[in-house]
Design a protein around this ligand. Structure first.
Ligand code: HEM
Length: 416
C-alpha cells in the first residue's frame, strides 16, 4: 500500500501545499469519481443491451428486477454529472491560482483534453437509455454539429450513421462510451498525474521563510481520505434521493417540446437562439477554445505567484467583470428576445452578417470599451487583464447555460 502511495505522491511535500484552500481537493475528487465511473459502468454493462429494441427494456429490468440496480445506475449517472462539475471547478481553480503557465503549461493542455473527454463521456452515455429524453437531446445536439461550416453535414451523418438516430448510432455511442473514451481518459489522467509530479507538485505562493517539508503519509493521505469519504457520502445520499432521469421509450415520431440538448450544451443551444448558427456552433466556441489553449503561451513579465486571482486588484477586477458579464449577457438575451432582432432590422443582407458579424462586433466593441476604461482607471497588469477576459467568457457561458436549462419552456420561449 505504501508503495502504491509513493507512486502517486512523493514521500515529502511542502507544508503549505496541504492547505485546503490551495486546491480544495478538486483534482483528487475528480480522480475518485473517474474510478467510481469505471466500477459502476462495468456493473451496468452486465445488464445493458446496446440495441434500440433492447436498450430501454434492459434499463427497466435493471431498475425493477436487479438487486440495487437502480442505485448503481443513479451512482453512475450522478458521478458523471459531479465529475463534469468538479473537473470544471478544478479547471477554474488552476486558472485562478496561475498554475496554467510556464512549467505547467503542457498539463493545462492535457487538462483541457480531459475536460473534453469528460464532456464526450457524458454525451455518449446520454443516449444509451434510449428514452425520449435521450433520443431528442442527442438529436438536437447532433443537429448543432450539422451547422459546422463545410464538414458539418458529413460529420453529422458520420456520427449518426444516417439521417436520423438509429441502431448504428446507438452502437457507435456505446462503443465510444464503454471502450474508446474510458481508456483515453484513464491514460490521460495517469499522464496528468505524472506531469503534476514532474512540475514539482502543485504551485504554492513563495514566502520569505524556508519551505517546511512534511511526510505525505499521514499528513496528506489522511486529508485525502476525509475528502473521499465526504464525497462518497454526498454521492450516495444524492443517488438514494434522486433517480437518474428516464422517460418513456424513444419514439422518433413524437418529438419533445421543448427539445433541449443535455445541460452542458445548453449554453451553446442558447447561443443558437441569438446568433447565426455558424457563429453559435462554430466561430464563438472555436474562438473560446483557441483562447483557452493559447493562454499558457502568452508572454507575461512576471512568473506566476500562485496567489488566488493574482492580487487584490486582480480580485476586484474579476468581481466587477463578473457583474458586467452578467448584465451584458442577460440584457442581450432579453433585448434579442423581446425588443429587437438584427435580422429583422437590417433586411436585405445575408443573415450571417445581420445575425452574426454585427452582434459579435457589438459585443467585442463593448468588451474593448470596458477594458480600455478598466486598464486606464485601475492600471491592470497583463495577467490581471487576461484574467478579466477569462472571467467575462466563463461568466457569460454560465449565464447562457443557466438560462438554457431553467428559463426555456415550450417552443424554447423564455419562461419563469
Ligand atoms: C478528469 C479530470 C481531471 C483529473 C482527475 C485531474 C486531477 C488532478 C490532480 C489530482 C491534480 C493535483 C492537484 C489538485 O488536486 O488540484 C491536478 C493538477 C493540475 N491539473 Fe488537473 N485533473 C483533471 C482535469 C484538469 C483540467 C480540466 C485542467 C485544466 C484545463 C487541469 C489542469 C491541471 C494543472 C495545470 C494542474 C497543476 C496545478 C498546480 O500545479 O497547482 N486538470 N489535476
Amino acid at each position: 500500500m505504501r508503495n502504491i502511495l509513493l507512486h502517486i505522491h512523493p514521500a515529502k511535500i511542502p507544508e503549505a501545499s496541504l492547505r485546503f484552500n490551495r486546491t480544495f481537493g478538486l483534482g483528487g475528487m475528480a480522480a475518485l469519481l473517474v474510478v467510481i465511473q469505471f466500477i459502476t459502468g462495468i456493473l451496468l454493462r452486465f445488464y445493458y443491451t446496446p440495441s434500440p429494441a433492447g436498450a430501454y427494456d434492459s434499463i427497466i429490468f435493471l431498475k425493477n428486477q436487479v438487486f440495487f440496480g437502480q442505485f448503481i445506475r443513479n451512482i453512475h449517472y450522478w458521478s458523471g454529472v459531479f465529475l463534469l462539475m468538479i473537473a470544471f471547478l478544478h479547471f477554474l481553480r488552476v486558472f485562478f491560482t496561475g498554475a496554467y503557465r510556464e512549467i505547467r503549461k503542457s498539463n493545462w493542455l492535457y487538462g483541457l483534453g480531459l475536460l473534453l473527454l469528460v464532456v464526450l463521456l457524458n454525451f455518449t452515455g446520454y443516449l444509451l437509455p434510449w428514452d425520449q429524453l435521450a433520443y431528442w437531446a442527442i438529436t438536437v445536439s447532433t443537429n448543432i454539429i450539422g451547422y459546422l461550416p463545410l464538414v458539418g453535414d458529413t460529420l453529422r451523418t458520420m456520427i449518426v450513421g444516417g439521417k436520423e438516430l438509429n441502431a448504428g448510432t446507438l452502437q457507435t455511442f456505446y462503443t465510444f462510451h464503454t471502450a474508446v473514451l474510458p481508456f483515453l481518459l484513464l491514460f490521460l489522467v495517469l499522464y496528468h498525474f505524472w506531469r503534476v509530479r514532474k512540475s514539482g507538485g502543485i504551485l504554492i505562493p513563495e514566502t520569505k521563510e524556508e519551505t517546511r517539508m512534511v511526510a505525505v503519509n499521514p499528513n496528506l493521505v489522511f486529508k485525502e481520505f476525509i475528502i473521499a469519504l465526504a464525497l462518497l457520502a454526498m454521492l450516495f445520499l444524492f443517488s438514494a434521493l434522486f433517480n437518474a432521469p428516464l422517460l418513456g421509450k424513444a419514439n422518433p415520431a413524437y418529438s419533445m417540446n421543448p427539445t433541449k440538448a443535455p445541460w452542458y450544451f445548453a449554453g451553446v443551444q442558447e447561443l443558437l437562439m441569438h446568433f447565426h448558427p455558424l457563429f453559435a456552433s462554430f466561430i464563438i466556441p472555436a474562438g473560446v477554445t483557441v483562447f483557452l489553449a493559447w493562454l499558457p503561451f502568452l508572454k507575461f513579465s512576471e512568473p506566476p505567484n500562485g496567489l488566488w486571482f493574482v492580487s487584490e486588484k486582480g480580485k476586484q477586477s474579476a468581481k466587477s467583470t463578473a457583474v458586467f458579464a452578467i448584465l451584458v449577457t442577460l440584457s442581450g438575451i432579453l433585448i434579442n428576445e423581446y425588443v429587437m432582432n438584427f435580422e429583422m432590422i437590417i433586411r436585405g443582407v445575408p443573415p450571417f452578417i445581420s445575425n452574426g458579424i454585427i452582434p459579435l462586433l457589438i459585443l467585442v466593441g463593448m468588451m474593448a470599451g470596458f477594458y480600455r476604461f478598466y486598464l486606464r482607471k485601475f492600471r491592470l497588469s497583463k495577467e490581471e487583464l487576461v484574467q478579466a477576459i477569462f472571467v467575462f467568457i466563463i461568466v457569460a457561458f454560465i449565464v447562457l447555460t443557466i438560462i438554457g436549462i431553467f428559463f426555456r419552456g415550450k417552443d424554447m420561449g423564455l419562461t419563469l
